[in-house]
Design a protein around this ligand. Structure first.
Ligand code: GRG
Length: 312
């Protein structure tokens, strides 16, 4: 049987080893966005409104942390680009769906995201719910069409992503716990459990699927999973600090919301300075986990530092 012909977008980058972390993120964002453009229905495709709404939020910017983690990990293990980039895009689609739904009046009721009016402010609530649903669906269409890896690997990746987006120690389950704990006193363990699920599961999944696509050994997969779990929690601790210390303009979303809505946060629990120290500690532990594997990991070390040093 003749292999299906695939047309890869031209990569805007050839040299990723010597660039700064800022430049690396720019390069991986550009690669991801080229693929996203190919993988999403055109804005003119009927019914056009839903495709415009999906594209409005996905192309609104964002740090592209999740796709960059997929790519950086996949490249450590030599994963093929025609599987790695679509997988990176699928994770960004799921992340963007969660942001659209999180901003809805029934959830966080926010007006600003990625420096723009939120999806429901522009397209209305019904279309925003559907745009989120459609991005989630498109993510799985994308994964089902992965090329360059075995059927077994593809199924493994699909299962990893589905679990991370689900309810058990995963995205939706974490959101449920977060809502149910609003205004309640919470322990450090309880807060960690919420964010390991709500924020951490998807970040963990990004690193795992990158490693799986590259055929990582069980030992390496375990070490990289530890890296991702630590980095995922560090991301949320840093996010809580930013919410309390940065402006809406800097963040591209409404600042100070956690305190206003009496959310259980790391800042509320520890105070700003101790929260910063916890983030730094988690970042160190993340780096130590991958250093033990002996793989070339300077990029993943830089990403862990970026996660806690970022300004938005
Ligand atoms: C199923 C109705 C329904 C809703 C699901 C799962 C969910 C709603 C919401 C949880 C998603 C969420 C907002 C998690 C918080 C994680 C977080 C801090 C996201 C912001 O990530 P950044 O800073 O964003 O990476 P950018 O814009 O840079 O990509």
């Amino acid at each position: 049987m003749k292999a299906k012909e695939i047309c890869l977008p031209e990569s805007p980058t050839t040299n990723t080893t010597s660039v700064t972390i800022t430049e690396y993120f720019k390069q991986q964002s550009a690669r991801t966005e080229q693929w996203l453009d190919r993988l999403l229905p055109a804005a003119t495709e009927a019914p056009a409104t839903i495709h415009e709404a999906m594209r409005y939020s996905i192309f609104a910017g964002g740090k592209r942390l999740r796709p960059t983690l997929v790519i950086a990990t996949g490249e450590v293990f030599g994963a093929p680009e025609q599987a790695l980039l679509p997988t990176a895009c699928a994770l960004e689609m799921i992340h963007t769906y969660s942001l659209i739904h999180d901003d809805l009046p029934a959830m966080d009721n926010d007006d600003l995201r990625r420096g723009r009016p939120t999806n429901h402010k522009v397209f209305g609530e019904a279309m925003a719910v559907l745009a989120g649903d459609a991005l989630l669906t498109q993510a799985f269409i994308t994964l089902a069409n992965l090329e360059g890896v075995s059927a077994e690997t593809k199924v493994c990746v699909i299962a990893e992503v589905a679990e991370a987006a689900g309810t058990v120690k995963a995205l939706i389950g974490g959101q449920v716990l977060d809502i149910q704990n609003e205004g309640q006193a919470i322990s450090a363990e309880g807060l960690d459990a919420i964010h390991r699920a709500k924020t951490g599961a998807l970040i963990r999944c990004c690193v795992r699927v990158g490693a799986i696509l590259g055929g990582a050994s069980d030992g390496d997969l375990q070490a990289f999973t530890t890296y991702a779990e630590k980095a995922g929690l560090a991301f949320q601790v840093a996010d809580d600090v930013l919410d309390a210390t940065a402006t809406s303009e800097e963040l591209g979303k409404t600042a100070g919301k956690d305190e206003a809505s009496q959310k259980a946060t790391y800042v509320a629990l520890y105070g700003i300075e101790s929260a910063r120290q916890r983030a730094a500690q988690l970042c160190q532990e993340a780096i130590a986990a991958v250093q033990e594997t002996g793989h070339l990991t300077s990029r993943l070390e830089d990403i862990a530092r970026f996660i806690i040093e970022r300004k938005n």
